[in-house]
Ligand binder design. Sequence first.
Ligand code: ADP
Length: 344
Amino acid sequence: MARTPVITAGPEEDRSRDAALRPKFLREVIGQTEVARRLAIAVNAAKKLKEPLGHILFDGPPGLGKTTFATVLPNELGTSLQMTSGPALSKPADMLPFLTNLEEGSILFIDEIHRMPRVVEEFLYPAMEDFRIDIVLGEGLNARTISMNLKHFTLIGATTRSGMLSGPMRDRFRMHEHLEFYSVDELSRIVRVNAAKLQTKIADAAAMELAQRCRGTPRIANARLAWVRTYAASETDGDITLEVARAALQMLNVDREGLDKQDRRYLETLIDVFAGGPTGVEAIAATMNLTTDTLSDEVEPYLLREQFVIRTPRGRVATERAFQLLGKKIPRKTAADGEPALFD
Ligand code: ADP
């Protein structure tokens, strides 16, 4: 069989496509209904009370809309937005340009906020609580602290790991919103709306097919729609039919469950190398030559949600569904192995 190259968009391409397709207002946001409703109320109240919005923390796996909500809110409030990310803030001084550029009621968005060092986090506490920062000038005996007042702003934090955020940081957010994976119906609406934005005709069945095969994630739906559209333009008249969508997804090595090569490698490693588990995520990551963070943030959440894998106190265990997907024989562990029977 001919080998198909893995076709993926680079991060830059991903980012510009995401920005172009991103909803601009809350009413354009599809799915996450309860989150959107609570935010609409918070926005409405902030406008009526003429107060800045309280600080908001979004958490959930990548590509589910954390940045989207953060960019929609300033549009709703008619205010400005500054964006940065945890890894870019290595020391308190890195925060200064953002804090001094604030306007009354404006929004500061910090992506991957769990990756911000503790010193920066502590520097932010008075900023979040009292709209004030303490700056230390000089060193040693000559050191003195000056306080600076800030404009009343809203901090929006996004994290794929709310568990890694310190308690005091978490407590300083007034709203905590958890984003969940999307339903197939919501994703097919997203695919249809975005195909229209890209001026591409897509059959309802094709939109449904893409929706079923994008790991419950709008960003993946967008990336796969982009590829299917490219394929349609090159190989057919440009319209996306069900056949075209299927052929294009097959070239991407996306299976009928929507899992990609990386997902299947994870399951293969767990099953072939670790006999289905239980095993620690670190061992799987080391065998796959990936970081534990990549596995726990990007690969595992969907596999856990779809129960291809379960978490146990002794590590990850592949389920019957995973064995079936890969066409592997399901082992029958007996009490004699000293292990509880995995599948009865
Ligand atoms: P995150 O910040 O959680 O990683 P993003 O907000 O960047 O995810 O979402 C990725 C892309 O997915 C967005 O650019 C947008 O096109 C699409 N998207 C996300 N959530 C929604 C939504 N609720 N409705 C429509 N499109 C969405």
